[in-house]
Design a protein around this ligand. Structure first.
Ligand code: AMP
Length: 362
């Protein structure tokens, strides 16, 4: 079997770089198919380690540890995409890595990501790369205010971002980037935020989950509503965007695409993540195949499952001490509770989520 078609059968082992809750839920889904996950993560208290029989606890740039890890597994994937290129290469010398470095390279850097979508004819907020205070002044003159200045790398949950309003001092905004390369984005007047997840298998088959609405609080996903209240035409356009992107990337795995639904009824891409995504947690209790099982099937070279939704769902993240409400949540009918086994509930830390399920209406 050629390496690009290699598959993991029941009894085999999937290697996953990262070890957070996305990995933990992936391992639970893999276990249902008789597949073990071996995680590679630098933190000893990783949520994924608790549900698997073996793991590697080492730094992401420890190339020897990465090579040993890759030798112990059949295929390598990620639940965390900010991994250095050399680390991916070290693993790829031993086994297939899905999705490959080319996908991560684009998803890790906002300028590459926006350029990629724009090349496909897919709209984003207007943007300019910003590498200095002078470039920020020029970019603000071109794009106008309000706008958002973001570091091009390592931003998540709204970190590394400054909003530029009418009165914002540009020197201070640039200083907040701490010398890191940045991107200025025009502020999108959105009606709501949405996302879509597509899985793509080794043979190029694709399967999309329904488009959902996402509501954030303090930059962190708070609630996902499935399905999103959008027209069938926009829903089809969202699927087209996700499938086009997955195909152009030649991605094997799962791709989450975050979208703005504008007040004038257009879709603009905000960003993508080539892995399971927080906005797909609702699928665990409302779809025939959930995002984690679909991810395992795709990267293991197995047939994809049906992504159809059989119920409506509202997913709510349990952030920080919100997790203390678990006794009441467990007692609530129609609620599915998912806890990540994290010992300490710090502010802003995702501790678990709940899915509230109701009969499917449309
Ligand atoms: P990001 O880290 O790019 O996902 O941004 C975090 C959140 O900031 C998004 O989910 C939006 O709520 C908001 N945001 C980011 N970029 C823009 C933009 N260009 N226009 C309006 N809101 C934005």
């Amino acid at each position: 079997m050629p390496a690009e078609k290699k598959r993991i059968e029941p009894g085999g082992t999937l290697g996953i770089i990262g070890g957070g809750q996305l990995g933990r839920m992936t391992a639970l889904a893999a276990a249902r198919l008789g597949i073990d996950c071996h995680f590679y993560c630098p933190e000893a208290e990783s949520p994924a380690f608790a549900v698997t029989k073996s793991h590697t606890c080492a730094a992401y740039d420890d190339l020897e540890a990465l090579a040993r890890f890759a030798e112990a597994v059949e295929i390598v994937s990620f639940e965390f995409e900010n991994v250095p290129a050399e680390s991916v290469r070290a693993a790829a010398e031993k086994v297939p890595v899905r999705p490959g470095w080319g996908v991560l390279e684009i998803a890790q850097e906002r300028v590459a990501e926006k350029s990629f979508f724009n090349r496909l004819g897919i709209g984003t907020a207007p943007w300019r790369p910003v590498g200095s205070g002078a470039e920020l002044t020029d970019a603000v003159a071109a794009i106008g205010r309000p706008a958002i200045l973001k570091t091009t790398r390592f931003g998540y949950d709204g970190k590394g971002q400054v909003r530029i309003d009418a009165s914002t001092d540009l020197d201070a905004a640039w200083a907040a980037m701490k010398g890191q390369p940045a991107i200025l984005e025009g502020f999108v007047d959105f009606a709501f935020e949405a996302s879509i997840l597509v899985a793509r298998g080794v043979d190029g088959e694709t399967a999309c989950f329904d488009v959902v609405e996402n509501r954030h609080r303090q930059g962190i996903l708070d609630v996902t509503i499935a399905p999103a209240a959008i027209s069938p035409i926009l829903a089809r356009r969202a699927q087209e965007i996700a499938v086009n992107a997955a195909e152009a990337l030649d991605l094997v795995g799962l791709l989450a695409v975050e979208l703005f639904v504008t007040t004038d009824g257009k879709l603009l891409v905000n960003e993508m993540a080539p892995r399971p995504h927080n906005s797909g947690h609702w699928t665990m209790n409302a779809c025939y195949t959930d995002q984690f099982e679909q991810f395992v099937r795709a990267v293991c070279g197995l047939p994809l499952g049906r992504p159809d939704r059989f119920a409506d769902a509202v997913m709510t993240n349990l952030i920080g001490d919100e997790v203390d409400a678990w006794p009441q949540l467990l007692a609530e009918p129609g609620v599915f509770v998912h806890l990540y086994g994290k010992a300490e509930s710090r502010a802003g830390r995702k501790m678990g989520h709940v899915n509230r399920i109701t009969p499917r209406r449309i």
